[in-house]
Design a binder for this molecule. Structure first.
Ligand code: A5P
Length: 226
């Protein structure tokens, strides 16, 4: 289903476009399918949202650029952890939320690809990833917990660890806190309050960024427009 949603969204990519490539298992299918098109002569210039996606794209021969060279993109296609009302998204399980948000914001249009399990009536069942500076981690953790509690978080705010027990580190060299809300009743207010914490670099709420979702289910592809 992930591959089918990726294939459907790929129809949005026209020859000569500058395209942001997302991160995660669904975006991996997209990059793979785009790689096949490039091998057949398709003209596209891409910006990856993570080192993992960059490595995959390079291997497939997809031409890559940077936001320094190409600061404005036509389209970004990415996965999501949750797709809520109005195409508000939770992203970041893959730890790439900062680059994903920078690339999406630099794009004229962001499109999301997912299987049907990602569509929810209300955001928050999936933990919200919050990228934080290493400096002052404990102090930032406490402030983020206070914000989470004020927004009705049902669960804990946990530092993300690797299998080795060491903290997970993002491509930007930051750390990640994962906050279990259960439900997020006011995503805009939560976003604003998280941004008031100085140690918070970015969070995984993507609000007002996504224009369309290609959602694959057992009966085919459904599109949702903002
Ligand atoms: C990466 O940081 C994330 O935002 C992913 O885009 C998101 O977690 C979706 O990943 P999957 O396609 O693997 O579910």
């Amino acid at each position: 289903m992930k591959r089918r949603s990726a294939a459907a969204a790929l129809t949005e990519v026209a020859s000569g476009m500058r395209v942001g490539l997302g991160t995660g298992s669904t975006a991996r299918h997209l990059v793979d399918l785009l790689g096949q098109q490039v091998a057949a002569g398709f003209d596209v210039l891409c910006i990856p949202t993570s080192e993992a996606t960059a490595a995959q794209a390079r291997e497939l021969g997809i031409p890559l650029t940077t936001l320094e060279e190409t600061p404005e993109l036509d389209l970004t296609i990415d996965g999501a952890d949750e797709i809520g009302p109005g195409l508000a998204l939770i992203k970041g399980a893959g730890g790439a939320l900062l680059r994903e948000k920078i690339v999406a914001a630099a794009s004229a249009r962001m499109v999301v690809i997912a299987d049907k399990s990602k569509v929810v009536a209300e955001l928050g069942r999936f933990p919200l990833s919050i990228e934080v500076n290493r400096f002052g981690l404990r102090a930032t953790h406490i402030l983020v917990e206070q914000v989470a509690r004020a927004h009705g978080a049902e669960g804990a705010v946990k530092l993300r660890l690797q299998a080795s027990g060491e903290p997970a580190v993002t491509d930007g060299g930051h750390l990640l806190l994962d906050a279990s809300f259960g439900r997020i009743s006011n995503p805009e207010a939560l976003s604003a309050d998280l941004h008031k914490v100085p140690g918070v670099v970015e969070h995984g709420l993507f609000l007002g960024l996504c224009a369309k979702a290609y959602v694959a289910g057992p009966d085919g592809i459904e599109t949702i427009e903002a």
